[in-house]
Ligand binder design. Structure first.
Ligand SMILES: Cc1cc2nc3c(=O)[nH]c(=O)nc-3n(C[C@H](O)[C@H](O)[C@H](O)COP(=O)(O)O)c2cc1C
Length: 402
């Protein structure tokens, strides 16, 4: 009997190509990177959170000095997503997923973060003068809950050093600068700190985020009260108009709000924001509440809670601001986003773009690409051409959330 040669080549041919297909699938879904990051995370999570953060970024910086590794990172995590192009502040973002404030407080990692696939970055919070922030420990991981509690207290190098650092980078991303008041500045003079900050960063920022919602600076959240907010917004808009005239460029101002607001506060804030023609609302910062964390020992640590337990609370605040503003002022949604479904939910609730922080710590850079891929799938399922069109359709109830 003649040996059957027709089978043998197929066995040798199909095996490598299956393997290649498997690798392609892993690459497509980012599982390989997720597995790799899980191992790295296991090691990093043995260290205290701030040391782990410093170490990670020092390592990345060292790797980044080598051109081939830089190219590899860019190739691995950046993604061309024409259907996700988003318009915000009159600018075009490659995708709506931004980095939330707090991860790069001193403008040190702009290039790396931009190459992780974020559509835009918000740096800071930076304060006018340098200040050390609260005593360490001030950052706590709650891995079971996929959450963090922080009471950093605006550790900042101060605006001058921040801008010196930022100006070293070539800019490939839209960059917002988040500003706050110094701890030692009395609350009655907080407006001056914000005005100084606005002046100093004005021509360097693509937009300025005014942070009046961190729970870790005494009295800061009081600036959200109607009377104080009125004074703050009036002053900032006055300064912005003057700057726009003298510098011949209009830099938008966004206001970042807390998730711990009641309906009356939200309504009052929305009215003020609209009346003063603020350019955007960022909803939300971390919460002082501890939803669903009864079994977590660290839940008693003072500070703001972020990550998964914040998700529903922040979406609720976005929905309420959207109901009040009806699209007249853009909303940036942030709080507990860790998947494309979470982004979708926030956008259907009223967000025009989103930001994330905590999930990036848990999942690493592969997260952004995974989210973008999921969003592209959502757009394709909706039958629309772009995410903006798909969201409009979903908001009108034509395409129901699954
Ligand atoms: C460690 C840490 C530091 C933060 N620092 C700031 C900050 O300086 N300024 C700010 O506006 N928000 C800060 N945030 C809040 C985030 O920008 C974001 O609003 C919040 O964490 C919710 O998003 P997330 O659940 O995706 O983390 C910080 C959050 C964390 C976890």
């Amino acid at each position: 009997m003649q040996p059957n040669h027709s089978k043998r080549p197929r066995r040798y041919k199909t095996q490598p190509s299956n393997l290649a297909a498997d690798f392609a699938k892993i690459r497509r879904n980012g599982y390989g990177r997720l597995i790799l990051y899980s191992i790295i995370r296991f090691l990093l999570f043995r260290l205290d959170p701030e040391t782990a953060h410093r170490l990670t970024f020092r390592l990345l910086r060292a790797m980044y000095a080598l051109a081939p590794l830089r190219v590899l990172l860019r190739w691995g995590y950046r993604r061309n997503t024409p259907s996700l192009v988003t318009s915000l502040f009159g600018r075009e973002l490659p995708n709506p997923v931004g980095l939330a404030a707090g991860l790069d407080k001193h403008a040190e990692y702009l290039d790396i973060l931009c190459d992780c696939g974020f559509g835009w970055l918000e740096l800071g919070t930076v304060t006018p003068q340098p200040q050390p922030g609260n005593k360490i420990p001030r950052l706590f991981r709650l891995p079971r809950a996929r959450a963090l509690i922080n009471r950093m207290g605006f550790n900042s190098v101060g605006i001058d050093a921040f801008l010196t650092s930022l100006r070293r980078f070539e800019r490939h991303c839209v960059v917002g600068i988040n500003v706050g008041k110094n701890r030692d500045t009395p609350v009655e003079q907080a407006v001056d700190d914000y005005a100084t900050a606005l002046h100093t960063v004005y021509t360097t920022a693509d937009y300025v985020a005014v942070n009046i919602s961190s729970p870790n600076t005494p009295g800061l959240r009081g600036l959200q009260d109607e009377a104080q907010l009125e004074i703050l917004l009036a002053r900032l808009k006055q300064e912005q108009a003057a700057l726009a005239r003298t510098r011949a460029v209009y830099v938008p101002i966004a206001i970042k709000v807390a998730p711990d607001l009641d309906d009356v506060q939200i309504t009052a804030m929305a009215q003020l924001i609209e009346r003063h023609k603020l350019d955007a609302v960022i909803a939300t910062n971390t919460t002082i509440s501890r939803p669903g964390l009864e079994r977590e020992l660290l839940a008693n640590e003072a500070g703001g809670l972020s990550g998964r337990p914040l998700k529903a609370l922040s979406t609720d605040v976005i929905r309420k601001f959207h109901q009040a503003l009806q699209g007249r002022v853009p909303i940036i949604g942030v709080g507990g986003i860790e998947s494309a479904d979470d982004v979708w939910e926030k956008m259907v609730a009223g967000a025009d773009a989103v930001q994330l922080y905590t999930a990036f710590i848990y999942d690493g850079p592969a997260l952004v690409k995974r989210i973008l891929r999921g969003l592209e799938r959502r757009v394709a399922q909706s039958g629309e051409r772009t995410l903006a069109e798909a969201i409009t359709k979903a908001r009108s109830g034509v395409y129901l959330m699954r």
